[in-house]
Design a protein around this ligand. Structure first.
Ligand code: UTP
Length: 469
């Protein structure tokens, strides 16, 4: 039996023969591509994911309780503890034990702009891209800790080439090329509600990136983990490309993670209200996990403590520290520990006649792994509270909440707060304002510059007069 016959027979047996329905119209190269793609598909994880689709999650409600948190000072955190954590984190950074991992393989469907989200022009004055802004922060981190901090950039098949091209044509945004590592996540097929594969083109099965949790497998499979360990790195600071407020390589977070002996840590913010749609970090027996907003029972969502404050307030903001040996352990058992989760999506696949659909309602499932599923495997998790207004304002939607407008607004509000804390004059509210984060990461450095320095600081502080008038 030839390869083609073998693959087609297997697909027929699985009720997936329809992916070859345009076979006779394809030229030999296109036929080869389709068979090659089909033969790479692993049905076992798909079957497992689909058997759970539409069923309520298996959660032992009795075992759920609030998670212990390293609280902010205004919520009872101990200043001495925080200072010890900062010093520990700085020591680890100076010792070159920390790398930074950004997941940038998403499809940005809600934002709706073509190309990688990391190239989205976010700078309020310069229109600097998210990647360029994050590179500034990394340059500053490197200068502060006197050590290279490698940047691991996870792409996906659709974002890989344009991301690499943008870095190379922008001189790696001022970073040494040898400190930037690209690695590409895998894809998984999408399916209709009957579990049938979909076609993107006559010679291509519809696939999408396997979720941010795919980072754990791709880190191992690309050799990036080997390379990090070869460099003496045993901790990765994880974040998502779409949050311009991220405190890259935050020493307090890294320090708490190390001091508490955690394998994976998690930053959280206070939920705005019981109803806010955000996953909450909770204790589940002796594990720590995340209850998605779709999973939390009403009684828990509304539960309050004796002071009337929300009991389950710790909203996940997708920033983690992970030990490299922990990542290897999770990757080794990924099918059990990082399952694919189905979510209902509008999928622009071909219809039976080969015409591309543009569905106005979900017509199938995309399947994704979630990085936070790894929390359940960690022997110890450290949860650190941060201020939302200082650290989290993601770009998700084209307009409204979590959009470029709100992210720019929140970024500028931080810059204005830094100026005010440093006792320096801020430009009028109608001016846009941007600070070069390769030089300045907070009020202390602005204060050190002083008004004199500020006047001569050139690109450090840019304004666009009347931009918001
Ligand atoms: P989101 O879940 O917000 O997805 O990803 P998205 O692709 O940015 O936007 P939508 O949902 O299509 O509108 C959160 C972070 O995880 C990354 C994204 O790039 C973003 O940084 N991500 C997501 C990946 O790297 N790969 C994936 O498969 C999914």
């Amino acid at each position: 039996m030839s390869d083609v016959q073998r693959v087609r027979a297997e697909f027929r047996q699985r009720g997936q023969e329809h992916v070859f329905r345009f076979w006779e119209d394809l030229d030999p190269d296109a036929q080869d591509r389709l068979v090659a793609q089909a033969s790479r598909i692993d049905f076992a994880p798909l079957d497992r994911a689909l058997s759970s689709a539409g069923k309520p999650p298996q959660i032992d409600v009795e075992a759920i309780g609030p998670v212990p948190v390293e609280a902010l000072l205004e919520h009872g955190g101990d200043p001495a503890d925080r200072e010890t954590a900062r010093q520990r984190g700085e020591d680890l950074l100076r010792a070159g034990r920390v790398g930074v991992l950004v997941v940038a393989g998403g499809q940005a469907t809600r934002l709706g702009v073509p190309g990688p989200k990391g190239l989205f022009p976010l700078g309020p004055v310069t229109s600097r891209s998210l990647f360029a802004q994050q590179a500034q922060k990394l340059r500053h981190l490197r200068d502060r800790c006197g050590h290279a901090v490698p940047w691991l950039v996870m792409t996906s098949p659709a974002t890989d080439a344009p991301t690499r091209e943008a870095f190379s044509s922008n001189d790696y945004f001022g970073l040494p090329a040898e400190d930037v590592f690209f690695f590409c996540q895998s894809s998984v097929p999408s399916v209709d509600f009957q579990g049938r594969l979909l076609l993107e083109r006559a010679d291509r099965i519809f696939e999408s990136p396997d979720g941010h949790g795919g980072a754990i497998l791709a880190l191992r499979d690309s050799g990036a983990l080997d390379e990090m360990e070869r460099r003496g790195i045993d901790l990765l600071f994880y974040y998502q490309v779409d949050n311009p407020l991220v405190h890259l390589g935050d020493p307090v977070f890294i320090g708490f993670h190390a001091l508490r002996g955690a394998e994976m840590s998690c930053k959280v913010v206070r939920k705005r209200s019981a109803e806010e749609n955000v996953g909450v970090v909770v204790q589940i027996g002796d594990q720590v996990g995340i209850l998605e907003y779709t999973e939390i029972a009403d009684a828990q969502r509304e539960a309050r403590d004796a002071q009337g404050a929300l009991l389950y307030w710790a909203g996940n903001v997708a920033m983690h520290v992970l030990n490299t040996d922990f990542l290897r352990r999770v990757a080794a058992d990924a099918e059990a520990l990082l399952p694919l989760h189905p979510s209902r999506k509008k999928i622009p696949a071909l219809d039976a006649s080969g015409t591309p659909l543009s569905p106005d309602a979900p017509n199938g499932y995309k399947l994704e792994r979630f990085i936070f599923d790894a929390l359940l495997t960690a022997r110890r998790v450290c949860v650190v509270e941060v201020r939302r207004e200082e650290e989290y304002s993601p770009v998700k939607n084209a307009e409204g909440p979590d959009s470029p407008a709100t992210a720019r607004r929140d970024l500028e509000a931080n810059y204005r707060a830094w100026l005010s804390e440093a006792g320096l004059p801020a430009p009028p509210e109608r001016d846009s304002l941007e600070i070069d984060e390769s030089r300045i990461s907070g009020p202390e450095e602005l204060r050190a510059l002083g008004v004199e320095g500020l006047a001569n600081a050139g690109e450090v502080l840019l304004t666009s007069p009347g931009a918001k008038a």
